[in-house]
Design a protein around this ligand. Structure first.
Ligand code: COA
Length: 185
């Protein structure tokens, strides 16, 4: 590892050169965990970078170390922060937490009225989401946008989701509702 000084910020078109590596790592990590993940092509990740809807982490030497992107669903009523990935050799340094904090901030800037949600099987992500103010919810509280749920088709657990009539699956659903946050404060 060459250093521990990371640059974390909103991705743009200059970061497209990292898309192949990120997509490959997403797929490898999903295989290694044996759990499901919605597959994303390098072209899809490049589009997210161009739209300013992704956060990327690099070392000061310019090596890619982490990524996460935003997707809007249900005509912007819902926003998902998806595809969180940290390069294996850079895990356990707090990078996922920092990337999620940035992508959460970006989501609120771009979609201040939207509910922010995620589906995950990962303990780290559940912990980070809880810190950000997400709470666990049933799937019925999420978007009913068919396009979002189509993303689950590439997951190894898709048959379970279908068998459960989309009411449940192995992922925990977590949601941040800006309105309930305002009520509390
Ligand atoms: C999950 C992942 C993003 C975590 O990245 P990371 O940079 O190592 O996470 P952080 O260092 O920011 O850890 C955040 C917290 O989660 C905890 N954590 C990290 N990995 C964990 C794991 N595998 N199991 C349980 N807790 C974990 C950390 O201890 C930390 O908590 P703490 O500060 O209170 O001790 C990374 O392991 C990864 O890319 N995995 C493969 C892809 C994946 O699972 N993505 C999520 C899809 S929803």
């Amino acid at each position: 590892m060459e250093d521990l000084a990371f640059h974390i910020g909103v991705a743009n078109s200059t970061h497209k050169l990292y898309a192949d590596q990120i997509a490959a790592e997403m797929e490898n990590s999903a295989k290694a965990r044996g759990t499901g993940i919605a597959k994303r092509s390098p072209a899809y990740l490049e589009a997210k970078m161009e739209e300013g809807k992704a956060v990327i982490a690099l070392t000061s030497a310019g090596n890619w170390v982490g990524f996460c992107y935003i997707e809007a669903w249900g005509h912007g009523k819902f926003v998902a922060n998806s595809g969180l990935i940290v390069a294996p050799e850079y895990r356990q340094y707090g990078l996922a937490r920092k990337i999620k904090q940035e992508v959460f901030k970006l989501s609120q800037e771009k979609y201040p009225e939207s509910k922010i949600f995620g589906l995950t099987t990962g303990a780290a992500v559940m912990k980070i989401n809880s810190e950000l103010g997400y709470i666990p919810v049933s799937y019925s509280a999420l978007t009913d946008d068919e396009e979002f749920w189509k993303g689950c088709q590439s997951c190894v657990n898709f048959e379970i989701l279908t068998a459960k009539n989309r009411q449940n699956c192995l992922c925990t659903a977590m949601l941040f509702d800006p309105k309930s946050k305002k009520k509390e404060s």
